[in-house]
Design a protein around this ligand. Structure first.
Ligand code: CU
Length: 408
């Protein structure tokens, strides 16, 4: 059933083709038996073929299929479309992809704050893996990941540390992958060093010179295509002495997915390179899928606690207007800069594509606090999550009776 659901997109179209061809063949057979004129037969054939092309080409083929061969690109990496051969290879190797239960990275999955004061050598291992995951219930996506989730692992090092990265591209991958660390100074952020074909392992050693919260992402040509399949994550380079202490830390990344099927269309989705170039994603999500951060046990804290959110934007096209409904950020480390004094008392902060921010705030009142991209139509595409806060009410700062709100 899962396979049927995954491939319903392809099955339905194939079924349509079979029905159309059978009907056309049967009709031709009948016509050939009744009229023994070659001219009439050829004309009727032309009519059928013409009607078939007229209806099938614009509607039957996924737009990604139709456009990939014809897209012009002036980028350094050639066409942004996936070549037709990749799509064929994808279906040929379909059985080899792991079908992950949950593509979302848990927002609590963060290494603890660094307490040491001396620099050290950090060993980091990351595996690129192409998997099948659910972006929304019943909607499947071929994700390209770091360590099997979106975003990839949260990396935490200290300013001055030597970082040794071992990067492995899983043997089941169909594409080469690599990593460009924005925390690296050097060509490509290390992308040229780490570029690995399926099955290969590469290493990079770098010194984390600048403190800050940095994005890392795949940069194999075309980099944006790889990012639009989910290959991004955050690396925090803590300043010496660390960040001010908080009670809870969360890891959230916004990202876009460009599917040929419209929002909510069931089955396996194919990458839409036209929508990708136009910057009109069907899905805009936090941590890889719709609903990744909405469960009551996903993001939890208590009134009286201080929380910090490490928020990154994997893009690839949109700027995020990050906001938490019902909260005011006490501190915003704008654009992930930890050496500038943080902004104070901020409602909404801009997070550029390929950028990050650090926010913290003290929780004063229990309830549900909704994380959004405040370009609010995007919540319909999935860009929201909920921080659940428990504890005693604080009527001195918020007093009233909550009631269900009427829709429309
Ligand atoms: Cu990649």
């Amino acid at each position: 059933m899962v396979l049927l659901s995954l491939l319903s997109y392809v099955f339905i179209r194939t079924l349509g083709l079979v029905i159309a061809f059978s009907a056309a063949a049967a009709l031709l057979f009948i016509i050939l038996r009744r009229f023994h004129s070659l001219r009439i037969t050829l004309l009727l054939c032309a009519v059928f073929i013409g009607i078939f092309i007229f209806f099938y080409v614009p509607n039957g083929l996924p737009r990604g299929f139709g456009s990939t061969s014809f897209i012009t690109s002036y980028g350094p990496a050639g066409s942004p479309g996936l070549p037709f051969g990749n799509i064929i290879a994808f279906f040929r190797h379909f059985g080899q992809f792991e079908q992950v239960k949950d593509i979302a990275r848990n927002p609590n999955d963060i290494p603890p704050p660094i307490t040491r004061t001396a620099t050290t050598t950090d060993h980091v291992s990351i595996t690129a893996k192409e998997v099948i995951g659910e972006i929304a219930p019943g909607v499947y996506q071929n994700y390209w990941t770091f360590d099997g989730t979106v975003p990839g692992p949260f990396l935490r090092v200290m300013q001055g540390d030597t970082v040794v990265v071992t990067f492995h591209n899983d043997a089941t991958s169909l594409h080469s992958h690599t990593i460009d660390f924005h925390a690296v100074i050097g060509p490509g952020g290390g992308a040229g060093v780490l570029s690995a074909k399926p099955g290969e392992t590469k290493t990079l050693t770098f010194t984390a010179l600048h403190p800050g919260l940095f994005v890392y992402h795949c940069a194999n040509p075309d980099p944006a295509v790889h990012m639009a399949h989910g290959q991004y994550g955050l690396i925090l380079v803590e300043p010496k002495g660390g960040l001010p202490k908080v009670d809870k830390e969360f890891y959230v990344m916004q990202g876009e997915f460009y599917t040929t099927g419209l929002l909510g269309q069931q089955g396996l989705q194919i990458f839409d390179s036209d929508a990708f170039l136009a910057g009109t994603p069907q899905y805009i999500v936090f941590n890889g899928r719709t609903g990744a951060l909405t469960g009551t046990s996903t993001m939890q804290a208590k009134a009286g606690q201080t929380v910090r959110i490490f928020f990154g934007n994997g893009g690839v096209n949109l700027i995020s207007s990050f906001h938490v409904i019902g909260e005011i950020f006490d501190h915003v480390y704008e654009e992930g800069s930890l050496t500038s004094p943080p902004l104070t008392d901020v409602q909404t902060t801009l997070v550029p594509a390929g950028g990050a921010t650090v926010v913290d705030f003290k929780l004063l009142e229990p309830g549900n606090y909704v994380l959004v991209d405040h370009a609010l139509a995007r919540i319909d595409r999935g860009a929201w999550g909920v921080l659940h806060v428990t504890g005693p009410a604080n009527p001195a700062i918020f007093n009233g009776v909550e009631q269900p709100m009427a829709g429309h």
